[in-house]
Design a protein around this ligand. Sequence first.
Ligand code: PLP
Ligand code: COI
Length: 339
Amino acid sequence: MGVQLDWENLGFVYRDLPYRFRATWKDGEWHSEGLVQGNQLVISESSSALHYGQQCFEGLKAYRTKTGDLQLFRPDMNSKRLNASASRLLMPEVPQEMFIEACKDVVRANADYVPPYGTGGTLYLRPLLIGVGDMIGVAPATEYIFTVFAMPVGNYFKGGLKPAKFLASFDYDRAAPFGTGAAKVGGNYAASLYPGKVAKGQNYAEVVYLDPATHTKIEEVGAANFFGITKDGTFITPKSPSILPSITKYSLLYLAEHRLGLKAVEGDVFIDELDQFAEAGACGTAAVITPVGAINVRGTEHVFFSETEVGPTIKRLYDELTGIQFGDIEAPEGWIYKV
Ligand code: PLP
Ligand code: COI
């Protein structure tokens, strides 16, 4: 490979790679520019994405296997979710074929930046859909840009499979009960910046968000979904209309049941009933699986398996998931897309 980076310590930072995909939507049609160079977008100062948050995005990864092949994990699910987010904000859908081909093209064009197998690094892809054009009224834009760019990344939370500590937030929500929590839209993340800062200021990795209506049930862990393993071996993850439907979470629900033989359910996780869990984790594309070492609930830290070690069930789930993603373990049908 021509590119030399510190592959084992990439962190989660932006890098300006040579190529990205770009397409524009106007007069009811998509016009693809294909791969382009240059990381700047020139858009109208009145773009609806800038003023009214009419934008949505995705996050998925490309993996290098032991034999050097490149592959994507469930990009069809990201395509479906992008379109669900787009519909919620009255934006045009991106055809699934264009979405997946764009992701593959960006991986191929930047192949030198896909980290070597065994370093734990991956190529993170960021599909982005924004409303642009000249318009100032609160209304859907008449023009849109869809772009997919990429960067090599390592761990999102420091330490990889090392447990992290989180702060339950009773004062701030990331989304409203019937708002846009289930859509991957920028406004949810803007709303999370302040509570995230409060948590980090107290040495927590991120916030545990509770259900915005009653603040009694766990919803999400920063930019990741929550799951717990009960003392009798059930995998439980919250079900709620205001959390982002995590593709990693649905994958773990399947793997917990079909590969680990656990009972796996979506249901309520009450913040005052954490004693039922032997282990807990946060899952997402960026977070992969991060063990939840402890949650601060109203000033008292509830410790799960351990504050320093990953528990046995989460370790098995992690090995199964990442084994599939990096091509070492056979994937359920349709999960892997060769690039
Ligand atoms: N929750 C939020 C708020 C997120 O931003 C993400 C990341 O995409 C997730 C959960 C995890 O979703 P996924 O597993 O699809 O990456
Ligand atoms: C992802 O897992 O892709 C995320 O959403 C994380 C991100 C917002 C940094």
